[in-house]
Design a protein around this ligand. Structure first.
Ligand code: NAG
Ligand code: NAG
Length: 193
C-alpha cells in the first residue's frame, strides 16, 4: 500500500515536471521583447543542411497575422515543392539560388514551373496557393533568407513533383517547427484547391 502511494507520488511528480517543461518551451511568458537572433533556438527538423529559426511566431510569441522566419540552406539543399493559402515574402540576406514557381492554381496540377535566379539583396513574394520551391543551386555559399508569412500557423501542402494533382498534395499540419507547441484543440481550416 505504502509502495503504491510512493509510486503514485513519483509518477505524479514526473507528470507535473514534464508539463512544466513543455509549458516553458512554448509559453509566451518570460520571452524578452527584444531578442538576440544569435541566441534564439534553431533546428534543422531532420533536414541536413537546413536551419530554421522562428524570429516571431504565432505559437511562440502570440503573433496573429504574420510570422517571421530566418532560414539557411546549404549548397544543394532546397524546400519541398509546396503551397500554402497565405502570402509569403522573401528577402535574400546572403547567397544565391533559384526560385521555382508554378501559378496554375486553376488547373489540376502545378505543371512546369517558371525559374528565377535569386541573389543577395533580392526580394520576391509568393502569391497565395502558388506551388513553389526555393533551392540553393550554388556550390559554395549558404543561402540565407528572411521569410515573412501571413495567416500563421502555416498549413503546408507538399507535392512529390510538379505534375502531382493539387488535390493529391499532402497536408503537413502542424508544420515541423510548429509541432512542439501546437495544441490539438485547433483544427486546420479547409484550404483545398
Ligand atoms: C548576441 O548573441 C551573440 C552570441 O551569443 C553574442 O556574441 C552577442 O554579443 C550578442 N549581442 C548582444 C548585443 O548582446
Ligand atoms: C545590399 O543593399 C544594401 C543597401 O542598398 C547595400 O548597402 C549593400 O552593399 C548590398 N549588399 C550586397 C551584397 O549587394
Amino acid at each position: 500500500m505504502r509502495e503504491a502511494m510512493i509510486i503514485t507520488y513519483i509518477l505524479a511528480t514526473i507528470c507535473i515536471l514534464s508539463v512544466t517543461v513543455h509549458a516553458s518551451q512554448c509559453s509566451m511568458n518570460g520571452i524578452p521583447l527584444v531578442r538576440n537572433i544569435s541566441e534564439l533556438p534553431q533546428d534543422n527538423y531532420g533536414r541536413p543542411g537546413f536551419l530554421h529559426t522562428t524570429l516571431a511566431g504565432s505559437l511562440l510569441h502570440g503573433m496573429k497575422e504574420i510570422e517571421v522566419w530566418l532560414q539557411t540552406f546549404a549548397p544543394g539543399t532546397h524546400t519541398p515543392i509546396h503551397r500554402h493559402s497565405c502570402e509569403e515574402v522573401f528577402v535574400v540576406l546572403r547567397g544565391s539560388g533559384t526560385l521555382h514557381i508554378a501559378s496554375n492554381t486553376h488547373t489540376k496540377f502545378p505543371g512546369e514551373p517558371l525559374v528565377y535566379p535569386i541573389f543577395t539583396n533580392s526580394t520576391f513574394h509568393v502569391p497565395v496557393n502558388d506551388a513553389h520551391q526555393i533551392l540553393n543551386t550554388g556550390e559554395h555559399e549558404d543561402l540565407q533568407v528572411l521569410v515573412i508569412i501571413s495567416r500563421p500557423p502555416v498549413k503546408v501542402f507538399m507535392y512529390a513533383d510538379w505534375y502531382m494533382p493539387h488535390t493529391a498534395a499532402q497536408l503537413k499540419f502542424p508544420y515541423y517547427w510548429d509541432e512542439k507547441c501546437y495544441k490539438n484543440n485547433e483544427t486546420p481550416e479547409n484550404d483545398e484547391l
